[in-house]
Design a protein around this ligand. Sequence first.
Ligand code: TXA
Ligand code: MG
Length: 356
Amino acid sequence: MKTIIRKMTGEDRETAEEAARIWRAGGLVAFPTETVYGLGGNGLDASASEKIYAAKCRPSDNPLILHIAERSQLDGLVTEITPQAEILMDRFWPGPLTLIFNKSERVPLETTGGLTTAAIRMPSHPVAHYLLQVAGIPIAAPSANRSGRPSPTNAHHVIEDLDGRVEMIIDGGDVGIGVESTIVDLTGGVPCLLRPGYITVEDLEAAVGKISLDPAIYHQVSADVHPKAPGMKYRHYAPKADMAIVEGNDAAVVDYINRQISEHPEKKTGVLATDENARKYRGGIVLCAGDQNDMAEVAHNLFKILREFDDLGVDQIYSESFTTKGEGLAVMNRLMKAAGHTVIRLEGADNDSHWM
Ligand code: TXA
Ligand code: MG
């Protein structure tokens, strides 16, 4: 299929109507959100959801998030809205927070990967918001990457993965946040964080009190376990090269990575570095994720850098380790998945680390 590619920054009625026509006819349109690009289809149309899985080569037991423009769209999709849900929506919608509710009959099981719950989010990105408003239907949208690749943070990444596989790609430039939305399950008693993101544990607890953290955030889940967010069991974001995270004090980390570079001159080594240490590496291809104290900046750059290492054809990647405070939990969660949980612990590594 020939993919239509359109630039869109503001409220461009013509492009939005073109996208809405494709969605209503059961087709797929990729579009920017504030987190990452999404691959959208009509979330109430079982066959559109099946097309999404096929275009991404994604296992169909991994449920999709429904995207809405207005609070009024929620009522028909879920069976109950708890007081905690009200608080979280008032506080964080529109924005990068996905909430899990018990689903109504209207939401097809094909969209929810067979689950009786549904994930819902109201994006704040002006292009996403306008597209959803003009379409007037809930749009199911996973990240717009081929399954197993890092989520796309610009239209070029989407074109790399999906050109010729979807009806339309809307290019709205670079996304702001760069990691996928925070997911909170509200179907149990205590709200449970299933996926960390830009809205942090600290933000959530300030709004609704103590929340629980799903163990799949920290640990690799074995094939026979069913984590609450089925997507958490897959090795996402895997770069093509072998990757390890090096944990310890700055001097130990830099020294270890420098030794790997000098002991393996035959290998093309990528280093995912912080601003503080980037200039200390001797050799290798050093890509800088940002300041050690600015996890929002690191989150913003992370997936772009993993794709860059793929493009550069490195054989191995060593990454520095980051704090798990604030947005750092989202960064470390994605990094650990990318590295298949390979961690090298040196002097100064945190012995109470949840990742152990
Ligand atoms: O920021 C985002 O959330 C992006 C943009 C496009 O909105 N979307 C995104 O979708 O990251 P995706 O499909 O790549 O990730 C959705 C995650 C998966 O881990 C999936 O298992 C989980 O949400 N999920 C979806 N529905 C669920 C449900 N009913 N219960 C538990 N987890 C669910
Ligand atoms: Mg994804």
